[in-house]
Design a protein around this ligand. Structure first.
Ligand code: 4AD
Length: 576
């Protein structure tokens, strides 16, 4: 009889080091069967048994153990067989595909010269004076479109392509000779194409953008997009993928529906602000970005060498806007502001788009009314455009415009509200176990982002939070005539996002401004041009700044401001 195969459940191995001998036994019976199939002839499997005295004994495997292992082994064999069949089929399919591709290289499309000359349209164009939709037996307008493949689905006799061009999307149908071409057979997402064909109505129950589809009769590839396991866009960027990778591949993420929609809403909102300011007779100006003065405290200044001196990137154009009032009337600007923020929060960027306005001869109440009017007008104008309204509906189906008038709340009342609602002040400057680390809020505390957001989310309405204490606000803010501890200042808070606007009246008295510089330790010398406004015909005036990305995060329902800007800049990220 042939030598048996040895199985030792304790010391054996089911890998390449085992050969089934006494010195190199297998670990399991199943593995022994895989290496020495029982159906190839009489085979003995010997297993090690340890007796009550601890001595090892080798005995043939029991009937029941053999039966169980045999069942598993048969299962394993069936699976292997199936895999082998699949592999054969796949190989045959690959050979067939290669043959088809080789043949496809010989297929050259020729445009049918008898067809009418096409008109060039963008993918969102519907002008009925130019475009008619045909059916299978009635010709529609022959058009020429240029765009990139956003999606495609290949069926046996037809390829459906969703083409995009930044203006819209169009369903395109390739059939006949077109799908026999090498280009069609190797089509990849993002490939740029020129397509000519006839526009037709959709068959009943079908769905496609603008309820139409282009039946292509001719196409050319302008630039094929890289494909394959490593390079295809869908493998490089995936929804919910690693955030750092997605930021590195931001240029490809921008090809997707979500970010491109937000960018379109951003353009529409920016346009709406310009329109709203135009309607209220605010004049647009463009202040410098390179400056030598600070507005919102030295801690967040980005410094850079400016020839032989030190320059800063502007934190806010406010001071410059104030200098325009006397000769230009009310003014606004839409310019980037820069903040060297250390915190990686979801509402801070190092570079953001700052929409700022400055109004002359006003009261604090006028300022609040103006902010409310502008915000509501911008929302109305944005939604008046059905295309933009459609993007917002996709991005943020639950968006509701805020009801008016906006809630107003003094800072001192907010402190009471926080304490009544047991939302504590968390002094992050103190160690975790310090008794004062968490305590009730007190007048003078800078309400932290988390507490502010909880309050806004619980109240669940937009809030004008006003009259912040002098100590926590910028040097230029005047005191409240009713309460000298407080300033005539306002933050506008939105549920889900928090502060989107910061504004105030400005100190209009020269001596008071000098005292304010002194209080915060600013040398007034380089600010002479700002202080002079108080010497050459001063006026009660005020203004505000609104962070466009925060406004968009609120409107488009995005979790972070980073999703509302083309290429976000924040701590340690300045690429791509
Ligand atoms: O409250 P802030 O700091 O106010 C000013 O800069 C005033 N000088 C503006 C003025 O009165 N003209 O900033 C105003 C707004 C904030 O409410 C917020 O929306 C936005 O600017 N903001 C930021 N957005 C993104 N990232 C940051 N790091 C931001 N810092 C401020």
């Amino acid at each position: 009889m042939a030598e048996p195969y040895y199985i030792d459940e304790d010391a054996g191995k089911d890998d390449d080091t085992a050969v089934g001998t006494l010195t190199a036994p297998y670990k399991t019976l199943l593995h022994a069967m895989k290496c020495h199939p029982p159906d190839l002839g009489p085979t003995t499997y010997t297993t090690k048994k340890v007796g009550p005295d601890g001595a090892a004994e080798w005995k043939p495997a029991t009937e029941s153990a053999l039966k169980k292992a045999r069942r598993l082994y048969d299962q394993h064999k069936r699976k292997e067989q199936k895999n082998a069949e699949v592999a054969i089929r796949e190989r045959a399919e690959e050979v067939r595909r290669q043959r088809v591709l080789e043949e496809a290289k010989n297929v050259t499309l020729k445009e049918d010269a008898s067809l009418p000359a096409p008109i060039r349209i963008r993918l969102d164009e519907t002008d009925p004076s130019k475009i008619t939709l045909g059916t299978a037996d009635k010709p529609g307008t022959r058009v020429r479109v240029l765009g990139r493949v956003h999606r495609f689905r290949a069926q046996k006799d037809v390829i459906f392509i969703t083409l995009k061009d930044g203006y819209g999307q169009m369903q395109v149908v390739f059939g006949g000779e077109l799908i026999k071409t090498y280009a069609a057979l190797t089509l990849t997402l993002e490939t740029s194409l020129e397509i000519r064909g006839q526009l037709r109505e959709l068959p009943p129950n079908a769905k496609a953008p603008l309820n139409r589809e282009l039946h292509a009769d001719f196409f050319t590839v302008i630039g094929a997009a890289v494909g394959g396991d490593k390079e295809a866009i869908t493998n490089k960027v995936q929804a919910g993928g690693d955030p750092q990778t997605l930021l590195d591949q931001r240029h490809l993420v921008l090809r997707g529906d979500v970010l491109s929609s937000v960018m379109k809403v951003r353009a529409a909102v920016t346009r709406a602000f310009r329109q709203a300011y135009f309607e209220t007779r605010c004049l647009e100006v463009t202040p410098p970005s390179m400056v030598q003065t600070q507005v919102e405290g030295g801690a967040t200044l980005f410094a850079f060498p400016y020839y032989d001196q030190q320059g800063y990137l502007t934190q806010s154009s406010q001071l410059y806007l104030e200098t325009c009032l006397a000769s230009l009337g009310d003014v606004f600007c839409i310019s980037p502001s820069f903040r060297a923020e250390r915190s990686l929060t979801r509402r801070h960027l190092a570079e953001y788009m700052h929409i700022e306005a400055e109004l002359d001869f006003i009261t604090f109440d006028d300022l609040l009314v103006h902010i409310e009017n502008v915000i509501c007008r911008v929302i109305d104008l944005t939604f008046a455009d059905p295309v933009t309204a459609g993007y917002i509906k996709e991005l943020n189906p639950d968006f509701k415009p805020p009801s008016r008038p906006f809630k107003r709340m003094r800072y001192s009342d907010a402190i009471d509200w926080l304490n009544e609602n047991k939302i504590e002040f968390d002094d992050e400057d103190l160690p975790e176990d310090h008794p004062e680390r968490k305590r009730p809020h007190r007048f003078g505390d800078d309400i932290a982002e988390a507490a502010e957001r909880r309050m806004t989310d619980i109240l669940n309405v937009p809030i004008f939070l006003t009259h912040f204490p002098v100590e926590i606000k910028a040097f230029y803010m005047p005191k409240d005539p009713q309460d000298p501890r407080a300033t005539e200042s306002v933050d506008f808070l939105m549920p889900g996002v928090g502060e989107i606007v910061g504004g105030s009246m400005r100190i209009s008295d020269y001596d008071e401004l000098m005292a304010a510089y002194k209080r915060v330790g600013i040398d007034p010398t380089p600010y002479y041009w700002y202080s002079d406004q108080r010497r050459y015909g001063t006026s009660p005036h005020g203004g505000y700044g609104l962070g466009l990305e925060r406004f968009l995060a609120w409107m488009c329902g995005r979790f972070t401001v980073r999703d509302c800007v083309l290429y976000p800049r924040f701590t340690n990220r300045c690429t791509p």
